[in-house]
Design a binder for this molecule. Sequence first.
Ligand SMILES: [Zn+2]
Length: 363
Amino acid sequence: MNWKWSSLKFIQPLSLLLILSANLSCSQEPEQVSETTPATSSIALPDVSGEVRLRVANVTNPRFPQLSDEQLQAILDKTSDMVKQHFGLTVVFEKPKAVSIQKLFETLPEKVIQQQQDKIVKIKEVSEADIISMQAGIYDQLGGYRDDKQAVMDYARPYLLSPVEGDDFKQLSVALVDTLLKRLEYWHSQKAEDGRPIIDDMPYNEWVWWDSLGYGDMSYDIVITNQLVASAEIYDMSVHSSIRGGITAGTTTFSKQARYGSYVYIMVYPMLNDSKMLVELREDESYTSEQVTSYAAALLTHEIGHQLLHLGHPFGNSKCIMSPTPLLKYREWLEGLDAGECPLNSEPAMTPGFVSIDYRADW
Ligand SMILES: [Zn+2]
């Protein structure tokens, strides 16, 4: 979800450290309860026995630092190696297409925009109702961690911006939303090199739209972007992204035209920029070009594990590339990985088909 997948739903309840997005729809989207139940379907587990060819777009916002063509190719080459190493699959990336972020967002269907826009929490006008929805959503997810409360508290506590006594999950939900909103505010107060706010009036930072692009006319399996995706929404909020201030570095989600049913985006903004907040979340001042290549490739490999094998998150097993990056500590994450110690089928979350990727069949 890394970190957050919009539509990934776990079909086995075994690891209670998993984030159950499917459970959220009732408590977080009350408007759907009173209407007819949305028509949802699941993507079939792809056949990946032969060579897998993936179409790539390099989606850029000209306002922010970008990957060079050489860097982009190095990331894809390294990803092919890592996918082979961690999952035993042969993946070939087609020549990346350069796409402007404006053009990409123009492919969002009007109907989906209409139905999704009220899922976004507008940071400049957060209402009490928004805060209550967000807290309730996170609290719902925390319910899955009830057998491992202390581990969750230990994980979250160092990064919370308001203190939590004991191990009360209600208090933790409040603190997580508070932390998310404060850290997200940071991005709204910061300026890019062009002197304009990093998050301006454009919708590109909103995760909801990245989660919705697959319903439109988009023919890429992999999107790599230099855009910052940082936002608050009323569905699929996770502990991880809340602590980071709503930053979602990668997502695997349904796409109509994708060859394997879903598309992946990863963002390299947190690797190419050195804002104070990023330095704090990464615990590194800056990255060399080699580090950018390695970390972006690892992030992309993780998402491809969701995309092609429908793998889950083996939380707590730091040898597994499917275990999410803690905060944005890419160096620590990558150094801990060991493909030999985390083969496919070695645990439930590493078993193909562990998650199901759902989508709205009526969109
Ligand atoms: Zn993931």
